[in-house]
Design a protein around this ligand. Structure first.
Ligand code: GLC
Length: 717
């Protein structure tokens, strides 16, 4: 490249090259250049000389974790200086925020309001592109039914319908209206597929999932992301029915490309190509690369077997050039869709910065809507703002990392509003006494006396309990779901002080709360609510905002019930107290402590008048009245479920097929309408084809997954 052009490139970050004819470009590429596009390299935030060299030799097509406009532009200039000048794609885990951290995805699912997730993703994309990023490894859309698995924190819970709505919202948010826009990120539906069914809830463990369960439970959120235009997928770590997901031609090619027509590219998970060797599928690096690329994994993340093995595999005839070309075509197609050929550079005048007021407000609003009021006996909440002394007790009360949770991007715990800080700001005139009481883990009760004394001195108590920020997320499975350490004993001691006490939970997964749930009059599930979490908790505790979230995942009474989820099968011997020989335990109930879809409000909404009537061809109109009989304005989520008592294969005892979050004034009544069409009524029958079967359907409406209203629908085809 002449010096003048190099200077032009350096001086004009917005330098635009014409969008290429991808087929013509592909034809020009050597095998080495093609393999370079299929290799992603991990690197430090600030990049490295090694990465610069790889970029300058066309040995990589993408990086992960490298960020900062100047850093990515230096790498980009090196890549554009190669023979064909194909731009790099810079990726990073922008999961629930970049610099402004929103509630964890499980909490955003608890809003039952996809618009909130979309807005969070949109703002996160706008922040991330300032540091030169154009690809996020999100949304994580793995359905998860086992709270021992720490990654339940990153998904939308146990239900495919809610999970699909959230998946669509994240893709819209991250990719924006046009992925080529400078404030858009390519989204990545992950982890394809079945990762959440890890045996024993142990991360990276084996999964055995029938094809029907794959299609009914685990596939739908991925298909929803694809229908919304997601540009990339990420293949998972798990062994799926004997063939690891990162070498599974059935899921990667037959379903994803053959049935669904996906045109984007699949990136492996971190080292998941190399892990085909310990999986026992590949006997060496060459076989691992051959199996992964041949099955449909287009780009390799972090391990570098594609670079080292693919050229030789092609020369030896063990891998077809056509397979390499198709992978490269998909990668180039995504880079073109992002406008990288026209605008490869980040604007070095820009950089991400600390959350501004607007970002904080968005994070606070999202957090408020994510909070789930699990219990509120005697209407203890909202607390009065006229109280003089408030005791705030618990090891997480002033912990910034605990409100951010896992995958915190470039978020800073020091910028987070802790629960204590939020409560202090909400009660400027009151005395707020703080005592940790105990550590998050460990068995010391040395702090109990001080905590109990603080409680005794106060008009009201807020107990902040749960998990540290790093006790959920990746590689964070737990074999016990109780409150860690001596937190339950601390809670019992504080509750025994007899003051009005509300418990706030900070956690990334369902916990087993027996022992606490019976004693605490009020429990607010705050999850890991993000940068403004403490402010949101305070707003709800004191009634400046109302709780309206609903559980996106079941809370079991005890670990022995797990896996426990609402859309289970009925079995031939459904549990019955009167019949010993039925499906139940001798030593525990079969019901959850808090069911899927549960959540209280400061309003008192009643449903009535459920009707089902024939709609346009093949669809049915469902309507139900929601009325606030309470004295306060508040939210409710009207939930629509169906059930089939008999069908060509057994069906779940309830399947969520619609939901609507409402805010109703006292006395306000609203008629909520839903449509049940082929997509809602269909399922995979005996022949595995998706179709609507004639027969009797029970249509149910409620405010949780034990809906109180039902109507009969007979579908005749
Ligand atoms: C991790 C995770 C994946 C993440 C990737 C890059 O191992 O499994 O979700 O996107 O590596 O950080």
């Amino acid at each position: 490249m002449t010096v003048i052009l190099a200077l032009l490139l350096a001086a004009a970050p917005a330098f635009a090259a014409p969008r290429p004819d991808l087929e013509a470009l592909l034809k020009k590429m050597t095998l080495e250049e093609k393999v370079g596009q299929l290799q992603q390299a991990g690197g430090p935030i600030e990049g490295s000389p090694a990465l610069l060299e790889l970029a300058g030799k066309g040995k990589i097509g993408s990086t992960l974790n490298v960020r900062g406009a100047k850093t990515v532009n230096a790498l980009q200039r090196a890549a554009l200086g190669t023979r064909l000048g194909i731009p790099l794609l810079f990726g990073f885990d922008v999961i629930h925020g970049y610099r402004t951290i929103f509630p964890i995805p499980l909490a955003l699912a608890a809003t039952w309001d996809p618009a909130v997730a979309e807005a969070a993703a949109r703002l996160s994309a706008r922040e991330a592109v300032l540091d030169g990023l154009r690809w996020t490894f999100a949304p994580m859309v793995d359905i998860a039914r086992d709270p021992r698995w720490g990654r339940v924190a990153e998904g939308a819970g146990e239900d495919p319908f809610l999970g699909s709505a959230m998946a669509r919202a994240y893709v819209r948010g991250f990719q924006g209206k046009d992925p080529a826009s400078s404030d858009s990120l390519a989204a990545c539906a992950k982890h394809w597929v079945g990762y959440g069914a890890a045996e024993a809830g142990r991360d990276y463990s084996t999964t055995e999932i029938s094809e029907r369960t794959l299609r009914e439970i685990y596939f739908p959120p991925f298909k929803a992301a694809l229908d919304e235009g997601v540009l990339t997928f990420m293949s998972a770590f798990n062994d799926l029915n004997g063939v690891p997901a990162s070498a599974n031609a059935f899921t990667l090619t037959k379903v994803l490309r053959g049935e669904w027509g996906f045109k984007g590219f699949v990136v492996s998970d971190w080292d998941s190509v190399a892990q085909l060797i310990p999986h026992g599928l590949a006997d060496g690096a060459d076989e691992a690369a051959r199996l992964a690329l041949g099955a449909g994994v287009d780009m390799e993340m972090n391990s570098v077997l594609y670079s080292s093995e693919v050229p030789k595999l092609v020369k030896d005839g063990r891998l077809k050039t056509a397979a390499v070309d198709e992978a490269v075509r998909r990668v180039l197609r995504v880079k073109a869709a992002l406008g990288l050929f026209e605008r490869p550079y980040a604007d070095e005048a820009l950089a991400s910065a600390a959350p501004d007021a607007a970002a904080r407000k968005a994070a606070r609003d999202a957090a408020v809507r994510s909070l789930v009021l699990l219990k509120n006996d005697g209407g203890l909440l909202p607390l009065s703002k006229s109280l003089k002394t408030l005791a705030v007790i618990g090891p997480l009360a002033d912990d910034g990392a605990a409100v951010l949770g896992s995958w915190t991007g470039d978020g800073k715990a020091a910028e987070a509003v802790t629960v204590l800080a939020g409560l202090r700001a909400a009660l400027p005139g009151a005395t707020v006494v703080f005592s940790t009481g105990c550590a998050v883990t460990g068995d010391s009760d040395a702090g109990f006396a001080e905590a109990v004394a603080a409680a005794r001195s106060a008009d009201a108590v807020v107990l902040v309990l749960g998990e540290a920020g790093d006790m959920s997320g990746e590689a964070s499975s737990r074999a016990f779901l109780d409150l860690p350490g001596r937190q339950l004993d601390l809670a019992k001691a504080v509750l025994a002080a007899g003051r009005p006490t509300a418990v706030v939970l900070l956690n990334g997964r369902p916990l087993t709360l027996s022992g606490l749930a019976e004693k605490a009059p009020a429990i607010l599930e705050a999850w890991q609510p993000g940068t403004e979490g403490g402010a949101a908790v305070a707003a709800v505790l004191f009634g400046d905002a109302g709780p309206g979230g609903k559980l996106p995942i079941t809370f079991p009474r005890t670990l022995g019930q797990v896996p426990l989820y609402y859309n289970h099968k009925n079995t031939g011997r459904p549990p019955s107290e009167s019949d010993h020989y039925t499906s139940k335990y001798l030593d525990a109930p079969v019901t959850p402590l808090f069911r899927f879809g549960h959540g209280l409000s400061y309003a008192s909404v009643r449903l009535s008048g459920l009707t089902v009537s024939a709609g346009k061809a093949g669809s049915y109109a469902v309507a139900v009245d929601a009325e606030n009989a309470g004295a306060r304005e508040g939210d409710e989520v009207v939930q629509l479920y169906i059930r089939r008592a008999a069908a060509s294969v057994t069906r779940h005892v309830a399947e969520l097929k619609g939901f609507r979050r409402l805010t109703l004034k006292p006395g306000e009544k609203r008629r909520v309408e839903f449509t049940l069409g082929p997509r809602e009524l269909g399922f995979h029958g005996l022949d595995m084809r998706f179709a609507v079967e004639p027969g009797v359907y029970e249509v149910m409406a409620g405010t949780d997954s034990a809906p109180g209203l039902s109507a009969r629908l007979t579908v005749a085809l």
